[in-house]
Design a protein around this ligand. Structure first.
Ligand code: ZN
Ligand code: ZN
Length: 377
């Protein structure tokens, strides 16, 4: 672990503890793996932590014991302690709770099953009959996610490099797109280019959707062959050092049907308007509104049914959500250090669709577009 990473673990744990104190909480049970990685540096496919004001207990099973011990050995002594799972994660978490915390213990409501919640609550209740202690589980949301939305300098460097690598992949895509090739073949080529391009793996299932398939925003690539006159939506991403980037281009094959050329021009205008609206203090609903207003002006209000963007980081969809629904989701103004996509689209059932997606970083006076790929039409 680099010294920078060590500093971030210490810093993130102390930030979490102040957030818990402000919320009147005595501990947090971390079960959402991206949050676990963010806070401790541990990146297994299973694991959990109980973080109180005095202690951080990292709960792992035997598969990850060596990795977890190496990680902890590199940190200041006592910053993180390891608890090995002997029977089940629930048992180990229950033991860790009983030993290390009292008071109001937050759990991550978005990632904890009702079954696990009940089992942990049972353990605490049983224990409370035997000892003079009072603990209660409190469902909580977005405690860690809120902090993750604002990237630190190391994360920004990682995302900038990831976006540069994904842009290099995207520049190879036009040569993969030829009449007669099936969507699945093109998707496989893109996935290969992502792996060869320096990524751990694709960040999600690559979308290649030509012709009227393009009218479905999350179409899965099928056997349909690309034809002259198609517009093809190509949406793909990669994970680099744990961090996700995401990009879409919609490319015409041959001349591209005229009907969608007009739509493509409108989506590009909406994309540019949304990017121009990104600056510190802008609310997500305003950035989304900038794109939506342009599309409405072209008679495409009903053709744009999803949000304008989503945060990028250890997850491919995270805070902030750039959407039109203030209230349903937090509409707090964006701040420097946030990284998210701008991806307006327009979808005409039976005809086709167009989406254009780039990744932006909020900076002091506006935004820096991290991806750098020709629009392609
Ligand atoms: Zn995408
Ligand atoms: Zn996206």
């Amino acid at each position: 672990m680099t010294s920078v990473r060590k500093r971030s673990v210490s810093h993130r744990l102390s930030t979490l503890r102040s957030d818990l104190a402000v919320a009147g909480l005595d501990a947090l049970v971390v079960t959402h793996l991206p949050n676990l990685r963010y806070l401790t540096g541990f990146s297994g496919t299973a694991g959990a932590a109980v973080i109180s004001h005095a202690q951080c207990l990292l709960v792992v099973d035997f598969r990850y014991e060596t990795a977890a011990r190496a990680l902890v050995a590199d940190l200041p002594q006592g910053l993180i302690d390891i608890r090995l799972v002997e029977r089940t994660y629930d048992d180990a978490l229950g033991d860790a709770l009983v030993e290390s915390v009292t008071g109001r213990v937050a759990v991550e409501a978005a990632s904890m099953t009702v079954g696990r919640f009940n089992r942990l609550a049972d353990v605490l209740n049983r224990e409370q009959h035997q000892a003079d202690r009072r603990s209660v589980l409190v469902p909580a949301e977005r405690i860690v996610e809120r902090r993750r939305a604002v990237k630190d300098a190391v994360e920004i460097d990682t995302l900038r490099e990831a976006a540069r690598l994904l842009s290099a992949v995207a520049r190879q895509v036009p040569s993969m797109l030829r009449p007669g090739r099936a969507e699945v073949e093109i998707a496989a080529d893109i996935d290969m280019a992502i792996r060869h391009g320096g990524f751990e793996r694709p960040a999600f299932e690559t979308i290649v959707a030509g012709g009227d398939n393009g009218a479905r925003p999350h179409a899965r690539p099928g056997k349909r062959q690309v034809r002259d006159g198609d517009w093809v939506v190509l949406d793909f991403g990669g994970i680099y050092d744990g961090y996700c980037v995401d990009l879409t281009r919609t490319l015409p094959v041959g001349a591209g049907a005229l009907e969608l050329s007009r739509v493509a021009a409108a989506v590009l205008e909406a994309h540019d308007a949304a990017i121009a609206a990104v600056k510190p203090g802008a609310r997500p609903s305003q950035i989304d509104g900038a794109a939506r207003q342009v599309l409405a002006g072209h008679g495409l209000a009903d053709a744009f049914g999803h949000g304008t963007g989503h945060g990028l980081g250890l997850e491919v969809h995270e805070d902030p959500r750039i959407s039109k629904l203030p209230g349903a989701l937090p509409d707090d103004p964006v701040v420097p250090g946030m990284v998210f996509t701008i991806e307006p689209g327009a979808y005409l059932p039976g005809v086709g669709g167009v989406r254009i997606e780039d990744d932006v970083l909020v900076v002091e006076h506006g935004c820096e577009v991290l991806t750098d790929v020709p629009i392609g039409f």
